[in-house]
Design a protein around this ligand. Structure first.
Ligand SMILES: N[C@@H](CCC(=O)N[C@@H](CS)C(=O)NCC(=O)O)C(=O)O
Length: 206
């Protein structure tokens, strides 16, 4: 049995749970992080010394870093669906997965801290404008790419759609002004039709 450590409303945990649901793999999920705490307890630190979620446990095998976990699950259980056999096709998807983790996640995390988790009267408009500008610039790159392909993974739904969409869900479902990104919106609407996306990703943001 696979165990996913991490509260369900974390964007990075959502990637892992959504991937498992898409692949129809049984798992158990344990709430840690956020209001559940425990990330700095020795038992958790022993698994993930970074004290962040998610963390995957499969017997005595432990894996952290959400995109690495998605890659592992796709390679192990999704060879016919999520994990392309063709090396160039796979590398093109993995390139975007690294981009999501290295480029997009940092400003999204700042947005979470400075907007979602900060009461309205304590928000700094200058900082927020800067963070939102950064996110918009990055999502415009995705929007341009989606102008000539159905999914970010290519013509078929795949690993990087799973790595990206929980972050985009957050940006699209908070009360902020957003530029029009029609291709991104079309792609997002496609994902909202997937039962696993509805179950795992489309939950309350907090
Ligand atoms: N690069 C890491 C980032 C992990 C991360 O920052 N996780 C956040 C939640 S999205 C976390 O653990 N926050 C502390 C908490 O939830 O208590 C990954 O992709 O797994």
């Amino acid at each position: 049995m696979l165990t996913v450590w991490g509260r369900k409303n974390s964007s990075n945990v959502k990637k892992v749970l959504w991937c498992l649901e898409e692949l129809n793999i049984p798992y158990q999920q344990i709430d840690v992080g956020g209001k559940f705490g425990k990330l700095n307890e020795p038992e958790y630190l022993h698994m993930n010394p970074n004290a962040v979620i998610p963390c995957l446990q499969e017997d005595d095998f432990i894996l952290w870093e959400s995109n690495a976990i998605v890659r592992y699950l796709a390679a192990k259980f999704g060879k016919d669906s999520l994990y392309p056999a063709d090396l160039r096709e796979r590398a093109s998807i993995e390139k975007w997965m690294d981009w999501v983790g290295c480029n997009l996640f940092p400003p999204i995390k700042q947005f979470m801290i400075n907007f979602v988790r900060t009461p309205e009267d304590q928000r700094d408009p200058k900082i927020l404008t800067q963070i939102l500008g950064e996110i918009e610039k990055l999502l415009k790159i995705v929007d341009d790419t989606l102008n000539h392909q159905q999914y970010l993974s290519g013509e078929k739904f795949g690993m990087v759609d799973i790595a990206l969409a929980p972050l985009v869900y957050l940006w699209l479902n908070v009360e902020i002004e957003r530029p029009s990104l029609p291709n991104l919106e079309r792609w997002y609407q496609l994902l909202t039709k997937r039962p696993a996306f509805q179950k795992i990703v489309m939950i309350e943001i907090n």
